[in-house]
Design a protein around this ligand. Structure first.
Ligand code: F6P
Length: 494
């Protein structure tokens, strides 16, 4: 089984001659001022959940976008800061963007263009030429920073997600022959019919073709990608190897289902400190003596939060005996709030919470607690442990690591996972209560089932899910990607 230690050993024994550079838009930690002093806070999102433990083990360099003046203040003269606080293991190199580029590259092309293009969630993608220009420019800046970090050393550059599809192309154009490049696409890839509406489809796909290895969460997305390339580029697809030849360069295309640090989450979740945090949260939110269902999501229209709220409403309509005996706690992490679609979603959620709470409230009890407050990683684990069930209702999701973290945190085997069948993780979790979040009746029934499932049955299901991710943990994911990258190197030097 892959562990943090075995990954470290592999890296030391087989990769000591190479630098490992990870690049992503989102940084793992941000610095902020709280109560007059600088604090370092872990950022939300699956990408950070997955890659932070990897970087602790691999000790590479992480290149990402800094977002505040405080983020800038803590940097050394090479634009770096060591992470994580208290246990410095790897440097984060921060890039800073102008407000204009944040608008066009991040909000515009990445989140109004590619994000809705790749998720089937009924939000129309918008493509503007000015956004595309900025997307190119910022990708170029990432490539420049990476080249500075690498220098003349041999390096594996591992680029993450839809913000940075073109970085590999710019590295290649700079003639960096000492670099092997890989892109991991954390979100779904649509079918060719969907993708063809993108005005820059050819340029984007050509960007992919500059990488040596391109990874997707599940085979279905990798297959969609190959079908798209087949339709849009004059290329040769090798079905045996699942690779694409384009202009005399071969790009391998593989599914690598991402995961979490199972052992660390499991241990942290059962620690005394987590228990204490749980006690405090329970007091603060008055969970005492009630059954608890939790949800933890970035506030994004792909996560199906309104659908989840409607399922809770329907559950209480059908099973009023749960009134005053149950709480649904939803943590919503604010994200991309400058976009109208996200503002509207926040308004919609506020209105729904208000309406459902008003409809079902009795005395001082209301069924839904919705908070946008920052809760630390440990608080979230404490919340998982307090709960009877966790509900993930994504309308479309590459993987969804909340589901995996929840399972990893339940070493007591006492939680039930209600999971949308439209997440990548549903492929691994057959023992979750799988639901179609568009089907309010079925989702409400799943809540009922979760809260009434016999102890033995819930333990049996949780045990099986835990076995799955104990094996398919984050170190295995990295190990598989790095093993693949090492093969490239062997080919070159043979
Ligand atoms: O996994 C998808 C993803 O967009 C990541 O790239 C990102 O870190 C996370 O979700 C959070 O999104 P954002 O950084 O836009 O808030």
């Amino acid at each position: 089984m892959w562990t943090k230690e075995s990954l470290q050993e592999t890296i030391q024994s087989r990769m000591s001659d190479y630098r490992l550079i990870i690049a992503s838009n989102r940084q793992p930690f941000r610095h902020a001022v709280e109560g007059g002093r600088i604090v370092c806070q872990r950022e939300p999102g699956g990408l950070v959940t997955a890659l932070h433990p990897v970087m602790e083990a691999a000790q590479g360099t992480w290149v990402a976008v800094g977002t505040s003046e405080t983020d800038r203040q803590v940097l050394d003269s090479n634009q770096r800061v060591m992470l994580p606080p208290g246990k410095p293991s790897y440097p984060l190199r921060r890039i800073f963007l102008t407000k204009e580029d944040r608008n066009h590259y991040y909000y515009g092309y990445s989140n109004e263009g590619i994000w809705p293009l790749c998720h089937i969630a009924h939000t129309r993608p918008v493509f503007r030429e000015s956004d595309w220009k900025s997307y190119q420019k910022v990708n170029q800046r990432f490539a420049e920073a990476i080249l500075e970090e690498v220098g003349t050393q041999k390096a594996f550059v591992w680029v993450h997600d839809f913000h940075l599809a073109l970085v590999g192309k710019y590295l290649k154009e700079a003639g960096a022959s000492n670099i092997i490049t890989s892109l991991f696409w954390h979100i779904p890839w649509p079918n060719p019919e969907m993708f063809r509406v993108c005005p820059q489809k050819k340029e984007l796909l050509e960007g992919f073709m500059a990488y040596d290895l391109v990874g997707f969460q599940i085979r279905y997305h990798a297959d969609n990608f190959l079908a798209t390339v087949d339709r849009e580029l004059e290329s040769r697809i090798d079905r045996e190897k699942t690779s694409v030849w384009y202009k005399e360069h071969e790009t391998l295309v593989r599914p690598f289902p991402i995961s979490v640090d199972f052992a660390a989450v499991s241990a942290e979740a059962e620690s005394e400190e987590t228990r204490e945090r749980g006690r405090r949260l329970g007091e603060e939110f008055s969970f005492g003596g009630k059954q608890l269902v939790v949800g933890v999501d970035r506030i994004d229209y792909t996560k199906g939060i309104p659908d989840k709220l409607r399922a809770i409403d329907r559950f209480l309509e059908k099973y009023p005996e749960f009134k005053e005996k149950f709480v649904f706690f939803q943590l919503g992490q604010i994200s991309r709030i400058h976009l109208t679609r996200y503002k509207d979603l926040n308004d919609e959620i506020n209105a729904l919470v208000e309406e459902i709470n008003w409809k079902h409230s009795q005395g001082s009890w209301a069924p839904i607690v919705f908070t946008r407050r920052y809760l630390s990683y440990q608080d979230i684990l404490a919340l998982y442990r307090l709960s009877d069930a966790c509900m993930v209702s994504s309308l479309h999701d590459g993987m969804n690591l909340v589901a995996k973290e929840y399972v990893a945190s339940r070493s007591d085997l006492n939680g039930v996972l209600i999971l949308s069948q439209f997440t990548g993780s549903s492929r691994e979790f057959e023992d979750a209560l799988l639901v179609n979040p568009y089907d309010t009746e079925a989702a409400a029934e799943a809540v009922y089932q979760a809260l009434t499932l016999a102890g033995e049955e819930r333990q049996k299901r949780m045990k099986k899910m835990r076995e799955t991710i104990e094996q398919n943990n984050i170190y295995r994911w990295v190990g598989k990607v790095l093993s693949q990258l090492l093969k490239f190197e062997f080919q070159e030097t043979a």
